[in-house]
Structures are given as structure tokens and as C-alpha cells.
Design a protein around this ligand. Structure first.
Ligand code: GDP
Ligand code: GDP
Length: 438
């Protein structure tokens, strides 16, 4: 199930970050050892009642002159229109209705995307309500008064947001063709790779029904098998500011990964693996997708016998949170190892939805426990009663133990490695849930 995407748009200082932090709370970082994700809050997972969605803050830098503010806001709004299922348009009751708000409202209205108008800083409903009505003039419907900092009005606002979510079982869910997202920093060769993969056979470009986003996906066929490349090139923006480019490449990656079964993370071999690559990789890791690291532009690297080994080591070191990821050395330019990409994708997709039997799983774990005693604390030893797989995409296991606090990260890692030794699961993360049974 791909989660709906909600984007927040608004002028600087209306309270976007505050609202974002209030809604996302502690859920903002899921995996502690994924770099980048805790530091800049560009996106976060939010749960409201039975709904889960991804919240995106499209606003980045804070420009100082009025003209720049408007052009930046248009840019933000366009990103929101291109990527979101629902747009939250945030305004500030204290500053009142501003010119730029009106212009952005026009743009949002024309997009036909669902827009929820949120009037922030209404810390006192009696006092500020009369000023809230002014925002009806924007022509995008009922304004929802909230106070992001005092956590007021958020329930009504969220009720309105989730009302606009696409129906759950849409065509995208029924379509069993694997969906592939190609992500990476700017200029690593994503477009070149899309073109190269698509060119293998006849390309049909179509707007796939069942999504409310404007992504134009590409259907490709290889060896008689169909795949869908989730295209993010269509939402490419021209932007000269470096921070904005980075922010946008993260937003693009989040929205594409959300819908994907397998992710091709493209890295530029001539540049080596960087912190920014790690941030983008973290997005796919957090969501438990199948991952293939494509070291692109391999044609342009001066190589010796150790090159592959050295590159692999470097990648494993910087992307240490995803040791399971597959690595391929490719060239989008020459087409080097293209068949290998398809072959690996098939295997990774299969591993990402593989189920293993409870019997054999418990045998493996019992053997592992016999080989390496579980940890103890203050004389009490961890006991593992039972393990079972409860979900796929990613494969998720529940381990029943006597005392949760005794289950250390390193022992989970150890069990994971034994399970991987037996069943493979290459290219996919595994999730472990530890439960107590008295
Ligand atoms: P952003 O630039 O849109 O991300 O705005 P921020 O979240 O950084 O907020 C700008 C300022 O408005 C900060 O000083 C916040 O403390 C303040 N602020 C945010 N939400 C509220 C609110 O609900 N009530 C009041 N009184 N101040 C708020
Ligand atoms: P994107 O921004 O990630 O979509 O990157 P592009 O596909 O636009 O490629 C950026 C630049 O890298 C272009 O000049 C490409 O021609 C070049 N490029 C892409 N793939 C390769 C490759 O495999 N080898 C070489 N030598 N250059 C490449």
C-alpha cells in the first residue's frame, strides 16, 4: 500500500516547520542509524486515526526580498501540485491576507488538486476568529483555524485532509507489474538510465490510472516481462539555488520510493559515494524497499584489478545501514550490465516479498541460539521462544522472548545474519519486532 502524500505550502514564517514538528512528533525519525533523516525535516511519517501519510515540507530557504518570496512560493506550490495527493496551504492570521497568498491560491485552485486552507497562529479562537474569515477571499473554501504551537484545531484540520485521500484499493494496487524507482542526486545519470532501460524495447509512455499524482510512468518490457518505471523526470524543476535542488531531489525520491517495489539508487562513480547519496539511500531503507545500488558512469573510471573491491568497500562503509543492498557497476551511456540490472531487480523483488515457513525458521533460530548464547543481564538470560514471519515487503518477523529488554540490537543483527545465510533475502531489508510472552 503506498501512503498518501500531503505537502505543506506557505510563506516564510507562517509556521510550516512548527506545524510539521507538531504533526510528526517523535515519529519523525524511524531508523536511528540512517544518516540525514533526523537533521533536516523535509519529510515525515504522520499517523492520524487509522490513516498514515507522508508529510512533505516544500519550503526550504528563507528569501529576503518580496519578489524572491513570490517566485519561491510558486516553485513550492508547483512541487506540491506535482507530487502531493493533498496540499495544505498555510497562512498566518497575525499577518493577515497577503498579496503572495492570493497569487499562490490562484495557482493551487487551477491545479484541481485538493487544497486544505489552514490559518495558523489562532492561539485564541474567540479573539482571532473574526480575522480568519478574511481568508475566504482566497477562493479555496473553508479556512481551518489552528494553532500549530498550542496544538489547537488540528483534529478538524486532519479530518479534512484525510477526506481527500484516494480510495484505498485503486488500480495501482491491483496492477502486479513491478514498479521501479530510479533515485539519486542530480547529474548521477538517472535520466540517462531511464532512457537506456526504456530503449531496450518499445516504449509506451502513459499516464497510469489510479494515481492522483501527475507522474508520468513509463512501461517497459524486457525478456517478455513488463515493468513500470516511476518517472520523476516529469517533475524536474529548474532551480539555481543549491539547497533548493537538494531539497527537491529528496522530495522527488520520497514520492517515487513510496510507490516503488524496488529502488535503483544511482551513484556517480566518477564522484564516489557521498553524504547526499546516503541521505537519499536512507529514504529507501526506511521504507523497507528492495534496493540496488547502481554505480553509474563505470565507463569513465580508470580501473585496475582492485577497483570493484575498493568501490564496494567504500560503499559498504558509507552506506553501512544497508549492508543487504545489491551493488552493480554499470554505464547508462554504453549499456554495460543492463541485462544484469533486470536480473537483479527480479531477484530483489522476489526476496522483498518472500515468505519462509515457521518450522524451518525456528530450526534455524534454535541452531543459531545453540551456537551463540543469547545475552544476559543481571543474571537473567534472554530466552527466545518462537519466531514467525508476519508480513512481506519487507519481510517482517516477530520474535517472542521472555524479556524484551534483554534483546540487544547486536543479537538481533546476529539472528538476522543467520536467517540471511539460510534464505538469502539479498537486496531487501528485514524487519524484526520483539514481543514478550510471559
Ligand atoms: P516557517 O518559516 O513557515 O517554517 O515558520 P516557523 O515554523 O519557523 O514559525 C515562524 C514563527 O512563528 C516562529 O517564531 C514560531 O514560533 C511562530 N509560530 C508558529 N506557529 C505558531 C502558532 O500557532 N502560534 C503562534 N503564536 N506562533 C507560532
Ligand atoms: P540525472 O540528473 O541524474 O538525470 O543525470 P543525467 O542522466 O542528466 O546525466 C548527467 C550527465 O552525466 C550527462 O551529461 C550524461 O551524459 C552523463 N552520464 C550519464 N550516464 C553516464 C555514463 O554511464 N557514463 C558517462 N560517461 N556519462 C554519463
Amino acid at each position: 500500500m503506498s501512503k498518501p502524500i500531503v505537502a505543506v505550502v506557505g510563506r516564510p514564517n507562517v509556521g510550516k516547520s512548527t506545524l510539521f514538528n507538531t504533526l510528526a512528533g517523535e515519529r519523525i525519525s524511524i531508523v536511528q542509524d540512517t544518516p540525514g533523516v533526523t537533521r533536516d525535516r523535509i519529510y515525515a511519517e504522520v499517523s492520524w486515526l487509522n490513516y498514515n501519510f507522508t508529510l512533505i515540507d516544500t519550503g526550504g530557504i528563507e528569501p529576503d526580498s518580496k519578489d524572491v518570496i513570490l517566485s519561491q512560493m510558486r516553485e513550492q506550490a508547483q512541487i506540491a501540485i506535482d507530487t502531493a495527493d493533498v496540499i495544505m496551504f498555510l497562512v498566518d492570521v497575525r499577518q493577515g491576507l497577503q498579496d503572495a497568498d492570493g497569487k499562490v491560491a490562484d495557482m493551487l485552485r487551477r491545479s484541481n488538486k485538493p487544497v486544505v486552507l489552514v490559518v495558523n497562529k489562532v492561539d485564541d479562537f474567540d479573539k482571532y476568529m473574526p480575522d480568519v474569515y478574511e481568508f475566504y477571499n482566497l477562493g479555496i473554501g473553508e479556512p481551518f483555524p489552528v494553532s500549530a504551537s498550542s496544538k489547537l484545531g488540528l483534529g478538524d484540520m486532519l479530518d479534512e485532509v484525510v477526506k481527500h485521500f484516494p480510495p484505498e484499493s485503486n488500480e495501482e494496487e491491483e496492477d502486479d507489474r513491478p514498479r521501479v524507482a530510479i533515485i539519486g542526486k542530480p547529474n548521477v545519470g538517472k535520466s540517462s538510465l531511464v532512457n537506456k532501460l526504456a530503449q531496450k524495447d518499445r516504449v509506451i509512455v502513459s499516464n497510469i490510472a489510479g494515481t492522483t499524482r501527475d507522474a508520468i510512468d513509463t512501461e517497459i518490457r524486457y525478456n517478455g516481462k513488463d515493468y513500470i518505471l516511476i518517472d520523476t523526470a516529469g517533475i524536474r524543476r529548474k532551480n539555481k539555488i543549491k539547497e533548493e535542488i537538494e531539497r527537491f531531489s529528496i522530495i522527488r525520491a520520497v514520492t517515487a520510493v513510496e510507490r516503488a517495489d524496488v529502488v535503483l539508487l544511482v551513484i556517480d562513480a566518477t564522484e564516489g559515494v557521498t553524504e547526499q547519496d546516503a541521505k537519499i539511500a536512507g529514504i529507501a531503507h526506511e521504507r523497507g524497499k528492495g534496493i540496488i545500488i547502481c554505480v553509474n558512469k563505470w565507463d569513465a573510471v580508470e580501473k585496475n584489478n582492485d577497483s570493484v573491491k575498493e568501490y564496494t568497500q567504500k560503499i559498504r562503509q558509507i552506506l553501512s545501514f544497508m549492508p543487504y543492498a545489491e551493488i552493480l557497476f554499470i554505464s547508462a551511456l554504453t549499456g554495460q550490465r543492463l541485462p544484469k540490472i533486470f536480473e537483479t531487480m527480479d531477484a530483489v523483488i522476489e526476496n522483498n516479498s518472500m515468505r519462509v515457513g515457521t518450522g524451518v525458521l525456528n530450526e534455524i533460530v534454535a541452531e543459531a541460539v545453540a551456537m551463540q548464547q543469547p545475552p544476559t543481564d543481571k543474571g537473567k538470560r534472554l530466552k527466545i521462544y518462537y519466531i514467525t514471519q508476519v508480513a512481506v515487503k519487507p519481510p517482517t518477523f516477530v520474535i517472542f522472548v521472555n524479556d524484551k529488554n534483554l534483546m540487544h540490537f547486536s543479537y538481533t543483527r546476529y539472528l538476522e545474519n543467520r536467517i540471511r545465510d539460510t534464505f538469502g533475502f539479498a537486496g531487501t531489508s528485514l524487519k524484526f519486532i520483539v514481543r514478550e510472552r510471559k
